[in-house]
Design a protein around this ligand. Sequence first.
Ligand SMILES: [Zn+2]
Ligand SMILES: [Zn+2]
Length: 415
Amino acid sequence: MSESANSPDPRTSSSASPSPLKTSQLDQLRSNFRDFPWHRVNWVSAVFLIVTPPLAVLLTSLYVWNHGWSWGLTWLLIGSFTISNLLITVGYHRLFAHRAFEVPGWVRFFLVMLGAGCFQGTCLQWSTDHRRHHRVVDSDEDPYTIGKGFFFAHIGWMLMKDQHPESKRYVPDLANDRWVKLQHDYYLPIAIFAGWILPGLVAWACGLGFWPGVLVGGLLRIVLSEHSTFLINSAAHTFGGQPYTDKNSARDNWIMAFLTFGEGYHNYHHYFQADYRNGVRWYQWDPTKWTIWTMSALGMARRLKRVSGAEILKAKIAMEQKRMAARGASQERLQALRDRIESSHKRMQELQFQMKSEMKLRVAQRAERRRVAQAERQAQLAELRAEVALAQVEFRNAVAAWKAYARAWRTAIQT
Ligand SMILES: [Zn+2]
Ligand SMILES: [Zn+2]
């Protein structure tokens, strides 16, 4: 055995002076601290985001310890959390960032002013970041790219100053909106009133007390609502399936949809971002889409944008083709089936467009009371209707042929 093998380990033998390992670790820590780009830290945002969660837990625990909890406070928390999330998903996200529908001026005013109380920044900045996220998703310019890790996408990006601050080109429409501008210019007083004082006043009016309202409907609700929104940037770009596109990291995930008021159908949203729905099936959990639909039924929203069922189906089939071809299915066969779907869909669209034009003409002719010509048009219209019905049958048959082939192919590769 060599001498060096028997000699005591220098890293543990000395008790008087610091060990070399500890010294090198300390040096490393010091140099990391020195080299950290402190000038890039967004102190206001960083302190708020780091301090509020433990403060909310501490103050709520102290309150419960001293005063107990009540059903009233439970309802205040659920109600304020729901309203807060909807202000972001309905207002900031689908209305202001994506223009997925339109609202009257007074609804716009309430959405933007109360939205300030969610403490997620001004509507103008939020929409700028979000439109940029969609435009350059997953790239270095994406403000909350998942490429820099889960923590960065969730919260880390807000702790540092933006490296691409000049992004006004993304929001020319919002920069000229008077309520959005007003909220941007006087953000702090509006946010403090909507986010802290208003819940306090509501709680006081309900007999729960002003300060418990500020604590539960303000602080605690802000923390919970913020992290629900942040999950869309982190978890909805990490966990789940990609039924519509694999060209970006966005995922569809019903658990995330449940936690984020419907925004978890994020793969669909990145592919069809102007659609007012994220969960397109009636059973998919999307309270945001239900709220917008209810608003339209009450006259508080109009021109809801939605992608047609055929377009959605075609996007899914294109993705399925890619996956099946990668696993060895016949590319020619798949392409032939898809071409049939494409051509039948095109024919269906052309005929539907023709039919709409004919109907408009008919209305115009009725106004002119030209009976003979109208009778001719009636016959033409009936013919067109029959052709559209035939085209629809062909489209359905083409999709059914695709599904039958995909099913048979799956069974074949499993056996
Ligand atoms: Zn996204
Ligand atoms: Zn979006």
